[in-house]
Design a protein around this ligand. Sequence first.
Ligand code: CTP
Ligand code: MG
Length: 555
Amino acid sequence: VHSFHKLQAFFRRGIGSDAVAVHAETVRKLQCDEQNGHRALHILQEERRKQAQRSVLISCQVTTNEKKFLKYLSQHGDINKFFFYESYGLYAVVEFSSSESVASLLESSVIPSVSHECVVPFKSRLLWLRNHSLVDSGGQTSGLVCQAQTTTPINELIHRISTQESIEQQMMSLTEASQLTEENSRLRFLVCSLLEDIATAYFPECTITPFGSSVNGFGKLGCDLDMFLNLDNIKGRNMRLPKSGLSLEYQMKRANSERAVTQSILSVIGECVDQFGPGCVGVQKILNARCPLVRFSHQPSGFQCDLTANNRVAMKSTELLYLYGGLDARVRHLVFSVRCWARVHGITSSIPGAWITNFSLTMMVLFFLQRRNPPIIPTLDQLQQLAGPADKSIIDGNDCTFVSDFAKVQLQSNTETLEQLLSAFFEFYATFNFSRLSINIRKGKEQNKPEMSPLHILNPFETSLNISKNVNVTQLDRFVALCQESSWLSQQSRTLNPKKSTSGKNTAMPWGLAALLLPLQVDGIKGRKKKTRELASERIKSLLVSLKKKDSPTS
Ligand code: CTP
Ligand code: MG
């Protein structure tokens, strides 16, 4: 709330009273963002997990009659929420008010009898609607409203944001178009819940919850689904044996290391997912990675899934990012813009390799925001000092303690606009001394690099690790070159706002952030400066020419 009021203030100051009405909607969105941020992540996770347990995923036909479908399902109990979406077919997510309804629905479902194949009789909450009387006759589509689960194509996005009045609005509009929707978030938790049903067949008290960008507030539609198999909540762990008298202990298999245990569990669960998991295809067990995982694609949802186990530190970094994103609305808007910019210019990639990852980019944005004057967000060390006893967390000897209560974090009164921050971000990294310095959000200050990787970003909780160790010189050079060009371009693009240069005419010429998302040409490091400036200025010239044309009365 504290930072929200400040934001309101800076918006009013920044845009003048005539534009306040235009920004009312924006401010409302910011308010929602901030309010979401005020709920601790674990509370949100628990609520979503419960919803997911009461939900089913049903493959329908395009001709399905919504009313009849819902009436049929309601025989089993009240429906809290439902929605339809398309992904290799039409699907419905239906959440009941109680899990008894799900049990009743499953009780009445039948196992398919197939003529030339055999089925693995593994029952799950992924179902097929087969009752033909629920389908409208005539083979016509029933006009069901589907919720989009994918992002807006980049050209459409560029077009859309080009019609915005300010760079600030462009950035907010980009976040709005890219961020996970309520429905997509529900679907993510449902897929975890379906997986949990497989894992709990072996380990009845385990849980599977999403982490990473699915829940940290920085996820974009279409991002992968990182899943965390948690075996820590299996009862009887850390319980002390009584000092005297009899007591019983479980006899259990032992392995040499926790890693070996994780590998064997993931190997078995991965095998089950592969052999029995409905809708799970392309299962790969990547057990020798630093963090062993099972990768597969869940066809009915279209999610690329990474299942890991005992990855507790990653859960902490998820919570940390969630906190930073909720402290000040500018954090998320800047991260979304930078991530989108990086993706269109091939700085990040969906293929693993020497590219900079979204996680590293987010850290770079956070670090940049800590380096503003006054800082927009606190350092991790400061967040650690604000922690209460319940926040204490030591994982494998690493101190992962930091405050979880948003209300305890006092922000400083930085009133920079998103437009200023975007431009300053590019400038900051265009001139950053990557060869000597390391990015450290714990201290919020550059530190000397402890090792010679081209890009060094300290892992905030395992401080001996570099989260961007994979990045090679070529990729870092490309990032710097693109920052240089975008820094220069963003200073010019302000003057390129067609709203300012024309007499109020609504043209959709890419300008501001949209202009930064157009293909940029940057070559190797040699002779870069001169060349990119020429290229950028060429492009600016052609933009101006086409603007003038659009403006002229004869056009
Ligand atoms: N993580 C980490 N250290 C790394 C890489 C990842 O702690 N070197 C943790 C982070 O919490 C991260 C999560 O694992 O958020 C998932 O990693 P990844 O899928 O690579 O990143 P996301 O943040 O989920 O971003 P994306 O949208 O690209 O999937
Ligand atoms: Mg991810």
